[in-house]
Design a protein around this ligand. Sequence first.
Ligand code: ATP
Ligand code: I3P
Length: 286
Amino acid sequence: MTSIAMPLIEDLAANNNDKYGMLPLKFTWFEGQIAGHNPTMVKDGKRQLGMVKESGNGDKILKPAQDGKRGEREVQFYHDVFVSGMNDPSLNDLRRLLPNFFGTRKIEIEAQESLFLVLEDVTCTFSLPASIDIKIGKQTFGPDATEAKKLKEIETNPVQGTLGYRVLGYRIAEQEDNTFKKDPKWRSEENRMISAVQEFFDQAHDVHIIKEQLLEKLGHIKKVAGKRRFHMYSSSILIVYENDRNCEQNVDVRMIDFSHVHPGMGLPDDNYLFGLNRLIETIEEL
Ligand SMILES: Nc1ncnc2c1ncn2[C@@H]1O[C@H](COP(=O)(O)OP(=O)(O)OP(=O)(O)O)[C@@H](O)[C@H]1O
Ligand SMILES: O=P(O)(O)O[C@@H]1[C@H](O)[C@H](O)[C@@H](OP(=O)(O)O)[C@H](OP(=O)(O)O)[C@H]1O
């Protein structure tokens, strides 16, 4: 298989002994991370945190709350769905489509308290997880975005602006190693973006079972996104299938990344639904 190694995030996985020397004992960077903030990135002079695992807590993953409004919005969203909205039956379908939320937690990192969301690790039930992160929606910024942010998003993501989705990367765990793929050309060439989805699923041992389960689960997401409750910008779908041929072939599909969620105000989330429908069309062609 041809794979384009991305030194940054591969570096993260290969150095899980934490070469950045940031994490307290018992914690490691999550090796299965595909995209998003991580300690290979420095933003505004500050080294970023990534997804973290704690020994003895394998079924959970810790996601650093992002700075400012982004982090506040994501924490608030999980809180609204899993805590204050726990008895709201209209949120039952949404709850099933998100990683379970176990509250927040502060961890001292480099003499500073950092806030984390404690989430279900969606990959932990798989023997050899194959995961893909796909950002959904033509518009990748919220209604409150600055002009500079809007321009940057539009300029850097031309394919997502028409196709309605963008593959951020995929990772396939194998017996001895794992394959990570992310290609900068996906951003600007629609055919390549569509091929990225196809090549990820073509590697499944039983693509028919995966496709059938996947379409059913994407249908559930479509139903929830049609409910007019939230509008989700720059949010992703994380899809994980089993790459161990000795295990049951199945797929899990979850909505993740809610730093740009806004109230739906009774209007359908057309931006998200457009991208989701295009993704469903791509999967139907498998
Ligand atoms: N619940 C989860 N279980 C397993 N892996 C997860 C989970 N949530 C996120 N990940 C992994 O972490 C990566 C980053 O997640 P996420 O998109 O939430 O982070 P982010 O830093 O907010 O990203 P962005 O910079 O795109 O806003 C995903 O690509 C996926 O590999
Ligand atoms: O894939 P890349 O090239 O790393 O691009 C980043 C990615 O699209 C993130 O999702 C986005 O954060 P948001 O989703 O929170 O907007 C970030 O914006 P930022 O530079 O404004 O943080 C981009 O730089």
